[in-house]
Write a protein that binds this ligand. Structure first.
Ligand SMILES: *Cc1c(COP(=O)(O)O)cnc(C)c1O
Length: 221
């Protein structure tokens, strides 16, 4: 079941902030995705490789698939032909693998670097120092089949609004700093993927360009 009214309101809020909506369809049926597709939605997010591959095979080819979950290098080859963007790049090794497979398919894959911004230990992502080490070493610039488009982050699961706001702000400030340093002169480095069902409003206020919303649109899992 999809929540049509909520979906339309989300679209309006996104549009008011110049942001886009990624409908997170993990654990959702092909029928539900199809229903949202019929309302015009084309950007869908999945967090598991097998599920993304299976769904892509059953659904219209003009769907744009966003990989948003932790990705193992040995599975990269399965999604490279299918995805519009990989938002969960959390190591240089993974970036190298995406580049290799993208070259093989004659594609250039848009990627976001996932940053660890939450207090929880379990979340994946670079921390600031790891990112700086990777970027300082200019080897990433020779990976011509990946395009680093910006940053992605998942805030702490908490009711503490100021905590979440602070994490989003940290991510935006980092993005701004990178725009002026390692990515100076690259207008393509412009994306900030942050905000989920519980915190998308805060994320939009803090400058998100893409919110990733699942349960609000599809109902809770
Ligand atoms: C599941 C998921 C979402 C969406 O979560 P909801 O709370 O259902 O909106 C967003 N981002 C990532 C990385 C996810 O895994």
């Amino acid at each position: 079941m999809i929540h049509v009214e909520t979906y339309r309101l989300l679209l309006e809020e996104c549009s008011a902030h110049g942001a886009r909506l990624i409908a997170v369809s993990k654990d959702k049926s092909v029928q539900d995705i199809r229903a949202l597709y019929d309302l015009g939605q084309r950007k869908f997010g999945e967090n598991r490789v097998q599920e993304l591959v299976a769904k892509a095979g059953e659904l219209p080819a003009d769907i744009e698939w966003y990989m948003i979950g932790h990705l193992q290098t040995n599975k990269v080859k399965l999604i490279v032909p299918l995805v519009t963007m990989i938002q969960s790049v959390d190591s240089y090794r993974l970036l190298v693998e995406v580049n290799k497979r993208a070259l093989h398919h004659g594609r250039v894959i848009d990627c976001l670097l996932q940053m660890h911004i939450a207090k929880e230990e379990t979340k994946f992502g670079f921390d600031k120092d790891e990112l700086e080490v990777m970027l300082q070493n200019e080897a990433w610039r020779s990976l011509t089949a990946v395009r680093i488009r910006g940053l992605m982050g998942i805030a702490t699961m908490t009711d503490d609004v100021e905590q979440v706001r602070g994490e989003f702000r940290t991510l935006r400030e980092l993005q701004k700093a990178l725009m002026a340093s390692h990515f100076a002169g690259d207008p393509g480095f412009s994306e900030l993927s942050m905000g989920m069902s519980s915190d998308y409003r805060l994320a939009l206020q803090e400058g998100s360009t893409m919110i990733r919303v699942g349960s609000l649109v599809f109902g809770s899992r």
